[in-house]
Design a protein around this ligand. Structure first.
Ligand code: SAH
Length: 467
């Protein structure tokens, strides 16, 4: 049957049956597909077409006629306007099953694996006991709200540069609100502006806040657009206003003069307390500076990397490679159960942190190498037999997945097991297909919810070499 032609501003009644990978509801009317933000499977709603294409359209939710059973009242009043929590309006069980299905669908659709086979190796998704206030790091952009006539802190709405006022983000600790209040007071008393590149206003760009959930230590780093903004007097004033907050351990600033999306400057100056804070992931201790990478949800990281460790099945004598190792979290997790762990990471500062973290934890059987995995691996295995024949290779690449040169080198090393940790199940599926075609089989897989309320999901897969 020929599709009826729908156009902009048409109002339609639609039953939402699915979610796309970004968390938008999907419904069909006469075979015509509608993508509707802020709707969930089971919603019957009236929607208005905003942008019509030949076979699909983006529509705006006008009214929920019959709500889905998955719907809950989003606890954050800014949930819709702020782009951070795409699925806060869905029950936590609903979120978990959405994430599980998203991964499985990608493995079937992109990886070409059989759906029943995936079900047979699948372990239930690892949910979180605390789906709110789990983030140990927040970076608030500072801007000016013309309507309210005041400086605000919040988050960028959707994919825009407009800042939505969010005084108390429900993903972060409650102290963030008090810290922001103190910073605003400091700006007022010291006559410090917000930064505005378009109007050539130099001032405060971002407030970075980190809290060690285990240690209770808090770090605040102000990102300013010019060194001139700071002075001894202003620094002292800031220290007075912030140091009374319980747990405050480190106060610093970082100068970033560039007009780009990069938040931090290249270095930072500590003005009160320690230059770093410490925190734990499981038993492991980490030193964290304003510039270091650190997992944002330590409670779930323990579970995810614990699963990776379980899949690696180490007994103490193994040689392990940890590719895309960052600050070495996985390497250190594995080190106490292995003979030696080699970590590879492209960012030199992360490798410096990894080496320091290994020392901090008294682990001396790790070797960290700087460079691209696809370049370091082929080079290193040429000279050294032990390096060339590891028992286990773990990878935890960024969203774009592994480079094909890296995958081919891994195959040539023929480890007994490969453990793939992934933050993007589409590229994961693509890479698993290459490894399976190269002589490996999927043994076990699961997902872990590290970023509750958002559409993101982590996956971990165990593969073993077919004998
Ligand atoms: N497990 C790590 C995080 C991994 S995130 C930890 O807990 O610290 C992915 C990492 O891959 C990032 O640190 C990124 O800098 C690094 N990376 C990106 N491309 C790379 C490449 N081609 N070779 C090696 N590392 C790379």
């Amino acid at each position: 049957m020929e599709n009826k032609v729908y156009k902009k501003n048409d109002i339609l009644n639609v039953l939402v049956t699915d979610l796309d990978n970004d968390g938008n509801g999907i419904g069909k009317v006469d075979g015509y597909t509608l993508f509707i933000k802020d709707t969930y499977p089971g919603d019957e709603c009236l929607v208005k077409i905003m942008k019509a294409k030949k076979s699909y359209a983006f529509a705006h939710l006008e009214q929920v006629v019959t709500p889905s059973k998955l719907r809950v009242d989003a606890p954050c009043p800014k949930a819709k306007a702020c782009g951070g929590c795409q699925i806060q309006g869905m029950s936590y069980e609903g979120q978990l099953s959405f994430k599980e299905n998203k991964v499985k669908n990608n493995l079937v659709r992109i990886g070409g694996f059989d759906a029943d086979f995936i079900d047979s190796i699948w372990e239930p998704i690892i949910g979180s006991e605390v789906p709110f206030r789990y983030r140990n790091k927040a970076q608030y952009p500072i801007g000016y709200d013309v309507k309210q006539g005041k400086v605000i802190a919040g988050f960028y709405a959707g994919h825009s540069h407009n800042i939505i006022l969010v005084e108390d983000c429900l993903l972060g600790p409650e102290e963030n609100k008090d810290i922001l209040k103190a910073v605003f007071r400091w700006m007022k008393e010291c006559r410090i502006s917000h930064y505005d590149a378009a109007n050539k206003l130099s001032g405060l760009r971002h407030v970075l806040i980190r809290k060690g959930f285990t240690t209770g230590q808090i770090m605040v780093c102000l990102v300013v657009s010019s060194q001139k903004i700071m002075s001894k007097e202003k620094e002292e004033k800031l220290a007075i206003l912030l140091s009374g907050i319980e747990g405050m351990t480190s106060i610093s600033y970082s100068v970033n003069t560039e007009d780009t999306n990069v938040i931090m400057g290249d270095n930072y100056t500590c003005i009160w307390g320690e230059p770093t804070i410490e925190d734990y992931i499981g038993e492991l201790r980490f030193k964290i500076s304003p510039l270091s990478f650190f997992q944002v949800n330590p409670a779930q990281t323990v579970k995810l990397y614990g699963k990776a460790l379980e899949y690696a099945a180490l007994t103490g004598g193994e040689t392990v490679w940890d590719l895309y190792c960052g600050i070495g979290t996985i390497s250190l997790f594995m080190a106490s159960k292995a003979k030696v762990v080699y970590g590879v990471e492209i960012i030199p500062q992360a490798i410096d942190d990894a080496i320091e973290n290994a020392k901090l934890n008294g682990l001396d059987n790790t070797v960290f190498l700087v460079g691209k995995a696809e370049e370091v691996l082929p080079r290193e295995i040429k000279a050294d037999e032990e390096k060339a024949h590891p028992d286990v290779i773990v990878v935890d690449p960024p969203r774009k997945g592994c480079d094909s040169e890296c995958l081919n080198t891994m195959l040539s090393m023929s480890p007994d097991r490969i453990v793939y940790v992934s933050c993007d199940s589409a590229t994961l599926a693509r890479d698993l297909r290459i490894l399976v075609d190269g002589g490996y089989e999927l043994v076990k897989a699961t997902a872990c919810d590290m970023f509750s309320q958002s559409v993101h999901v982590e996956t971990v897969v165990l593969m073993s070499r077919v004998k």
